[in-house]
Ligand binder design. Structure first.
Ligand SMILES: O=C/C=C/C(C(=O)O)=C(/O)C(=O)O
Ligand SMILES: [Fe+2]
Length: 302
């Protein structure tokens, strides 16, 4: 069992790097950390050096990354994954440097999502300088697609320390790796992909202020404002460039009594099972950002 300690970053290809960065800073409110690396832009939301990296080139998600404790844990993870039949890539010093981590390995999950595991993710001492006052406090979670959510849960909970916090029938499983209700979600989809990246905001007011801001800027609101009955968070999903869906949310549940928590099973057909406020659309659940074409799965399965 590999212990994930946190989510680390999402790395995505960007056909229009400047446009992707402009949106991430001026609209979403992330900080552009200039790393002096041509063709790569790092965006910061919290203490992490970055939680989103755009790499100039073909659009599409390159990898979703998680941290493990240290180089020893990463070496054990590498062996464990190989033992389970995964082909594991070990990043070079340049790969690690571009990700601002000590070491990086990668593999394709059984559904074709490229996952990276890292140790030594860089923390920046300087305060975050947000691109806009959207109230972002933290990179909250990431959401992947898989054709069978129960299979995905089996994979994540037996290979890693992910635990189901709640299910939405066979449509979604929300999983935690620490106290936060979910840092990883898997939604049912025919193809692998990245459903969305989530950023927590400081106040309920931020969600609504951001909603107005996005509307004024003509940004496509995919769903919300609404409230998820699972985490209890008030959410807003919107579509950015490069097919990337962003989510702001406020008030995510923390599961502090691990032993007492029992996952709940919501019926996706019940009105309100996704949005207690009964909002109209469920688009972000059905249109993930497709994987970068060069990374389309090679069928590596255990
Ligand atoms: O469709 C349900 C989504 C639930 C949640 C939540 O409970 O917060 C999400 O954030 C999500 O996975 O998008
Ligand atoms: Fe979410």
């Amino acid at each position: 069992m590999i212990e994930l300690t946190d989510i680390a970053y999402v790395r995505s290809g960007a056909a229009d790097l400047e446009g992707a960065v402009r949106f991430a800073t001026d609209v979403v409110g992330l900080q552009h950390v200039d790393g002096g690396e041509p063709g790569v832009a790092h965006l910061r939301a919290d203490g992490r050096h970055h939680c989103l990296a755009f790499v100039e080139g073909v659009s599409g998600v390159i990898a979703s990354a998680f941290t493990v404790a240290d180089p020893g844990a990463l070496a054990l993870a590498e062996t464990e994954l190989e033992t389970r039949g995964f082909r594991v890539w070990r990043g070079s010093a340049d790969d690690a440097r571009s990700r601002r981590v000590g070491e990086v390995i990668g593999f394709d999950d059984p559904f074709g999502n490229r996952i990276e595991l890292v140790c030594g993710q860089q923390t920046l001492a300087s305060p975050v300088v947000p691109g806009r006052g959207s109230g972002i406090t933290e990179f909250g979670h990431l959401c992947l697609d898989a054709p069978d959510v129960a299979d995905a849960h089996r994979f994540w909970s037996t290979t890693f320390n992910a635990r189901a916090s709640d299910w939405i029938g066979d449509a979604a499983c929300l999983m935690r790796i620490d106290e936060v209700h979910h840092k990883l979600a898997v939604f049912r989809g025919d193809e692998p992909g990245l459903c969305h990246v989530n950023f927590q905001v400081a106040e309920l007011d931020d969600v609504f202020r951001n909603w107005h801001h996005l509307q004024e800027r003509g940004v496509e609101i995919e769903m919300g404002p609404g409230r998820h009955p699972q985490s209890g968070a008030v959410f807003l999903y919107f579509l950015g460039p490069e097919g990337l869906t962003y989510e702001y949310s406020y008030g995510v549940r923390r599961i502090t009594d691990e032993a007492a928590w029992r996952p709940r099973y919501f019926d996706p057909a019940e009105p309100g099972s996704i949005d207690m406020w009964l909002g109209p659309t469920q688009k972000p659940l059905t249109q993930p950002q497709a994987p970068h074409p060069q990374l389309v799965p090679e069928g590596i399965r255990p």
